[in-house]
Design a protein around this ligand. Structure first.
Ligand code: AMP
Length: 175
């Protein structure tokens, strides 16, 4: 039976990647396994079935892999959030803090519109900085964040605290 523990067995821990002290949760075994990939997409989509979702916003680059099929399942449009300089048209942008320094995310100015209900999807929520910046981008453009969905949550990094008041769903939690 496919469940969260079964899914956890398809995620590979890579110590000290990309830098010392970080345990990278590698989802490529999960994505390469037809049952695990399908289960992950369906479980995220099922969590929001019956709710109005106009757009699914996916975060570059691994977030795209799950957000696309989740959007398809929910009958919603897919909208990419990208690193600076990648989107070809007019953008809105938001800075977020990294361990050292800051980075920036961009969304096309017409990617989401006032009145739209948006689901944000990424593979992993770690410190929550990426997700919180994505929420700010969506709200800057006047749309509403109805929820956020992740395959993996690193609870020891307390990302949820940056998303206080938002509906956050994750399938596999590491504490
Ligand atoms: P954060 O902004 O700290 O929540 O980081 C989230 C982003 O970084 C996600 O898009 C993840 O793909 C990636 N990420 C951060 N930490 C990890 C980790 N330990 N394993 C895999 N991906 C990670």
């Amino acid at each position: 039976m496919a469940d969260a523990d079964w899914l956890r067995g398809r995620i590979r821990d890579i110590p000290d990647f990309p830098s010392p002290g970080i345990v990278f949760r590698d989802l490529t075994p999960l994505l390469g396994d037809v049952e695990a990939f399908r289960f992950t997409v369906d479980a995220i989509a099922d969590a929001f079935a019956g709710r109005r979702v106009d757009k699914v916003v996916g975060v570059e680059a691994r977030g795209f892999i799950l957000a696309g099929p989740v959007a398809y399942r929910l009958g919603a449009g897919f909208v990419p959030v990208r690193k600076p300089g990648k989107l070809p048209w007019r953008t809105e942008s938001e800075e977020y803090a990294l361990e050292y320094g800051v980075d920036r995310l961009e969304l096309h100015a017409d990617g989401v519109a006032p009145g739209e209900q948006v689901l944000i999807v990424d593979d992993v929520i770690a410190t929550g900085g990426t997700a919180a910046a994505t929420v700010r981008l969506v709200e800057k453009l006047g749309a509403t964040v109805t929820a956020l969905g992740f395959a993996v949550e690193l609870t020891y990094l307390a990302g949820r605290e940056k998303l206080d008041g938002y509906d956050v769903v994750s399938l596999v939690a590491y504490s």
